[in-house]
Design a protein around this ligand. Structure first.
Ligand SMILES: [Zn+2]
Length: 303
């Protein structure tokens, strides 16, 4: 007798921002895809970014979410730092393997002319520079590597990063569509990697499939889910989905961390603030939240 098991948990996850992980061609290919409209909108709300910065930061955050999903240690952190000579200047994003990401741009208010095809010119806003990746596992020295930016469009830069740093042939697609009201209409992306045992026929099939995909945002706008995106890119290669997990914009900053940061100012500075009856204000770069420490709290910290 056939039984239909409806997985409510999976349905709940897939209804919101989420990421899927799978493999194809008997493990010769591993793949990730994400839909993250809410995540990118949360970053836009936190930093009040102009459309081109929303797109640039959103692409980097989604790239970090999928890279973080490759890690096996739950407390391992991945940070991508993009530095360029374009007006954004820099972006820093941090993700873990639990689907949490946070990030901020050095300059959230950037205006550059649109590209001839009407799309936001992320490459121009980022400019020439470097992409650094820092992997941080508690108890170990952070491991970092850095590559030159290829185009500043982020997806191409991450593709280059995986080829140079990890020696893994990778296809990365990332897209953020910003509407007229500057809100995020859709955001998503994929990472498809060829494992060392991958045969040429599989690589060629993926190349053919990718050639028929014009852009990630086009697929998302047509209503494609992350699973649909991977099924399309891995068509004919027996795609198997392994996991779906929710993703969110999350910053773990709190009053305690703000207090630690304030203590770093040094005893003299704290005494001075208490003498002037000043409240210390600590603004978190990653999420824009402000934490306040009253003179009483500062006195407590000194004690
Ligand atoms: Zn924060």
């Amino acid at each position: 007798m056939a039984t239909n098991i409806i997985d409510f948990e999976s349905a709940r996850v897939r209804a919101g921002d989420h990421m899927v992980r799978g493999s194809a061609a008997y493990g010769m290919v591993r793949a990730f895809a994400v839909s993250a409209r809410g995540v990118v909108q949360a970053a836009r709300d936190a930093h009040d970014t102009s459309p081109v910065v929303t797109a640039a930061l959103g692409r980097l955050m989604m790239g970090a979410l999928m890279t973080g999903a490759m890690f096996k240690q739950p407390d391992e952190l991945l940070t991508y730092i993009v530095k360029g000579d374009g007006p954004i200047r820099a972006m820093t994003v941090t993700a873990n393997c639990e689907g949490q990401v946070k990030g901020f741009p050095a300059n959230p208010y950037v205006w550059v002319p649109a590209r001839p095809d009407g799309k936001l010119d992320v490459g121009r806003a980022v400019g020439k520079g470097t992409l650094a990746a820092v992997r941080d596992l508690p108890g170990f020295e952070p491991y970092s590597s850095r590559v030159e930016l290829v185009s500043g469009e982020i997806a191409e830069d991450l593709t280059h990063y995986f080829a140079v740093s990890d020696q893994i042939p990778t296809s990365v697609g990332l897209g953020v569509l910003v509407g007229r009201t500057w809100d995020v209409e859709c955001a998503g992306g994929f990472i498809v990697q060829l494992m060392p045992d991958c045969i040429d026929e599989v690589a060629e099939q993926i190349e053919r499939n990718l050639a028929s995909v014009t852009s990630v945002t086009d697929l998302l706008r047509e209503g494609a889910t992350p699973t649909d995106v991977l099924c399309r890119i891995l068509e004919g290669l027996d795609y198997q989905e392994l996991e779906a997990q929710p993703v969110e914009f999350y910053c773990g900053c709190n009053e305690q961390r703000a207090a630690r940061a304030t203590m770093a100012l040094g005893e003299d500075e704290l005494r001075d603030m208490i003498a002037k009856n000043e409240t210390a204000e600590v603004c978190c770069h990653f999420c824009g939240r402000r934490h306040y420490l009253s003179p009483e709290r500062l006195r407590e910290l000194l004690g």
